[in-house]
Write a protein that binds this ligand. Structure first.
Ligand SMILES: *Cc1c(COP(=O)(O)O)cnc(C)c1O
Length: 767
């Protein structure tokens, strides 16, 4: 009955929208119809959740890295297997939907975190809505041309956007000094596990204000008409492809003000519609600022409250009760500042609110040494800390660094505002969905229910040394490796034998993440194999996935270097039974879902103190992968949870980094270590060809000269890294090693984003 009703609904939609039958429909049409049938089904729940008159949370983020929605939504509704079966009976293979575009409206960790948090909010039943930007083009698609990264436009709506409704009537206008634009909201349902709660992700698209300029048309001023339209639509045209760093560009400033103004207008309008007094806004809404990108929401709220008749002080106090701020990085270049001249020129009313906030701060703490505006620049993190209730870091170590150094002066004055909320990932997407085989094993051992109560994975611990569990775990890992191998062969044309150890580093390309250190280790093993110095080396596949920001020269040089190493190694008959190297193309959420379950080694090798938390590390852990990493970010807590004896830790700690940096001499390390020298010298001794760009030589230069001087201690940590890596490769495959893998899955409960969301609810949102 349910089946017939559902199939009929899909068929009706296909016929109405595309004029085809189920049998005639292509993948995009089927995708749209199945998605819309699901949208119709959840409609009553969605409405009910929206209409509840209780305190709601708004999660403001310039990025939501959603990935594919269809699997996750059907899974959370308990329908995925049924729908697969029903469609299968009609000759439709569900793997068809893997051709559908990823929605990549984000760069990396920060945007993916926002997506995991929305899903967890709905799962634990908290009224949490996301607000962001509906970019026409998301993060670029990556290709390679002779080993160099090239970027292509990401047309994520190519197959349509069936998971959103355009809410024309809820549009608002956003005013800039030179023109006004219309912000049109698109609402996407966020379906929690179990399907009881459906929250909303509202993304704003910039368009021309309503009304057509007939006068201009009549005068044949089509240029003027086209230009006005261009101006308006350009604001949400594309996502800035920078991860962690932001150059102060004008269009970026427009993007930030655009979506925060639209969001705050929307929230105040909703509050008034309910007939509630404006003074009580803080009782009905609390807002989380995901990094500094949405911080213009603060002065915008003060401005709008003053328009409602409140004085500045009253408006400030309400704003302070509403906003909370999450910091994501201590990278200096990522702490956003805006030139006040620019702000004044583009959004003068916001500039004057910021100045009033600065004056208030000066009155409140005359000798505090704190500032919002300094040397003509407004520091967005400071604005968020001053005019918010709570400030959090994203892992225990990161929060300590914020208190001790980054925001030291603020912490001295407002210690009660600071707290830690360790990041998490949704176990539905990152274990249940991407690894049904391991999920099935877990359920057979500890029963159902861990999917939304992840601490229960602890019960798996007692099976860590059980021979049968070990054998099954190992067999499953092999199966996932075979699946990934087939996928990589299809996409990249490189064969990775599934018996090889799969050593994976997948994350954005950044010098602090030290893909270069990993690359050096590959050459280390390569040369030693060639020289007959590694007789017992276990065959290993070194797998990379990463995008570099298009303007990040050194990151692109590192990609070229790794691609060159892959060429060298994969074409060398001498080592083909011992090693392979692959840099996968266009690493994204869907690729990650295939990679994480197939990894034997999770490379988390940032210089200590640099990675705020990391979330990739958690995805690997849940899938039973040991961490080869530094004591950085959430790696510290991963060790705490699993026991440090179940991970492979190396390198300078935060304190050691500080000490080493006092008189660091990378050249001395290079000169004293002939093996390392040979590796580093491949950058300019003709081993590799960089098409005369000088890129690789510049990479070598970054280790010894200029500003950088091996800023991230690659050479310092090299020896300890290969020592521990060799130990890991030596341990691989033993019973004790497989037990370590199982203990990682069993200890991953803390890293569910359900736990993070409940932490926020209790300690920050008071909901
Ligand atoms: C999880 C994830 C990230 C974040 O990875 P880190 O290792 O934490 O930097 C980035 N990109 C994608 C596609 C992800 O799924």
């Amino acid at each position: 009955m349910e089946k017939n009703k559902w199939i009929k609904r899909v068929c009706d939609i296909l016929l109405a929208n595309d004029g085809v039958t189920l049998e005639e429909a292509d993948a995009p049409a089927l995708y749209r119809a199945v998605s819309r049938a699901t949208m119709a089904e959840i409609h009553p729940t969605w409405r009910k959740c929206r209409d509840k008159k209780k305190k709601r949370v708004g999660y403001l983020s310039a990025e939501f890295l959603l990935g594919r929605a269809i699997h996750s939504n059907l899974y959370n509704l308990g329908k995925l297997d049924k729908v697969k079966e029903w469609l299968g009976e009609r000759g439709v293979d569900f793997t068809l939907f893997e051709e559908i575009e990823d929605a990549a409206l984000g760069n990396g960790g920060l945007g993916r975190l926002a997506a995991c948090y929305l899903e967890s909010g709905a799962t634990v039943g908290i009224p949490l809505d996301g607000y962001g930007i509906r970019y026409r083009y998301g993060l670029f698609r990556q290709t390679f041309v002779s080993g160099f990264q090239k970027e292509e436009a990401d047309d994520w709506q190519r197959c349509g956007d069936p998971w959103s409704y355009r809410r024309e009537s809820e549009s608002v206008e956003v005013e800039f000094s030179d023109f006004t634009v219309r912000a049109v909201p698109y609402d996407t349902p966020v379906i929690g596990y179990g399907g009881k709660t459906v929250n909303t992700l509202r993304l704003w698209q910039s368009e021309e204000p309503r009304g057509f300029d007939f006068e201009a048309f009549d005068a044949m001023q089509t240029d003027r008409i086209a230009k006005s339209r261009m101006n308006c639509e350009s604001i949400t045209y594309a996502l800035y492809p920078n991860d962690s760093t932001e150059r102060g560009r004008l269009l970026r400033l427009r993007q930030e003000y655009f979506f925060t103004s639209a969001t705050i207008q929307d929230i105040i309008r909703k509050h008034k519609r309910e007939g509630l007094p404006i003074e009580r806004l803080g009782e009905y809404i609390t807002l989380q600022l995901n990094d500094t990108h949405p911080v213009f929401a603060v002065p915008e709220m003060i401005r709008l409250l003053m328009k409602e008749g409140l004085d500045f002080e009253a408006a400030f106090v309400i704003a302070r009760s509403v906003f909370n701020f999450t910091n994501h990085t201590i990278l200096g270049e990522a702490l956003e500042c805006w030139d006040m001249k620019r702000v004044r020129k583009l959004i003068p009313k916001i500039a004057s609110i910021l100045v009033r906030m600065q004056r208030r701060l000066e009155r409140e703490l005359p000798d505090g040494g704190l500032f919002l505006i300094k040397d003509g620049r407004v520091h967005m993190a400071n604005v968020a800390i001053y005019a918010g209730s709570r400030v959090n870091g994203v892992a225990a170590l990161h929060t300590e660094i914020l208190k001790e150094s980054t925001f030291r002066d603020w912490y001295a004055h407002y210690p009660e505002r600071f707290l830690n909320v360790t990041n998490g990932v949704t176990p539905r997407r990152w274990l249940a969905l991407c690894n049904p085989q391991l999920s099935d094993l877990i359920t057979r051992r500890i029963g159902d229910g861990w999917q939304n109560d992840l601490e229960r994975l602890r019960e798996l611990g007692k099976f860590a040394t059980d021979p049968e569990t070990r054998a099954e775990f190992f067999r499953i890992k092999q199966e996932k490796k075979a699946e990934l191998s087939a996928h990589i062969y299809k996409k990249e044309g490189i064969l990775l034998p599934p018996e090889f150890i799969f050593d994976v580093q997948a994350k954005r390309l950044h010098e602090y993440k030290r893909q270069l250190l990993n690359a050096f280790s590959i050459l280390y093993y390569y040369f030693r194999l060639k020289d007959g110095l590694e007789p017992d080396f276990k065959p290993t596949a070194f797998i990379f996935g990463a995008k570099a920001a298009p303007a990040y020269y050194m990151a692109k040089a590192i990609i070229k270097f790794i691609k060159s190493i892959a060429e060298l190694v994969n074409n060398d008959e001498d080592v083909k039974d011992k090693m392979r190297v692959v840099f996968v193309t266009d690493y994204n959420v869907s690729y990650a879902e295939k990679i994480m379950p197939a990894a034997d080694i999770s490379e988390q090798i940032s210089m200590a103190g640099m990675e705020a938390s990391g979330t990739g590390n958690m995805k690997f852990m849940l899938n039973g992968t040991v961490t080869l990493g530094t004591m950085d970010g959430a790696n510290v807590e991963i060790c705490e949870e699993a026991g440090i004896e179940n991970e492979y830790i190396f390198g300078a700690t935060v304190d050691e980094v500080k000490r080493v940096k006092e008189n660091y001499d990378p050249l001395a390390i290079y000169n004293a270590d002939p093996e390392l020298r040979r590796i580093v010298d491949t950058l300019d001794d003709g081993t590799f060809d960089d098409n005369g760009t000088g890129m690789l030589k510049a990479l070598k230069g970054s280790l010894f000269g200029g500003w950088s001087k091996d800023h991230y201690l690659v050479l310092h940590d090299f020896r300890d890294y290969v020592r521990v890596k060799s130990k890991l490769i030596g341990d691989y495959g033993t019973d004790e090693f497989i037990s370590k893998c199982i203990r990682n899955t069993a200890s991953g409960g803390k890293f569910s984003s359900d736990r993070s969301i409940l932490d926020y609810a209790r300690d920050v949102w008071k909901i």
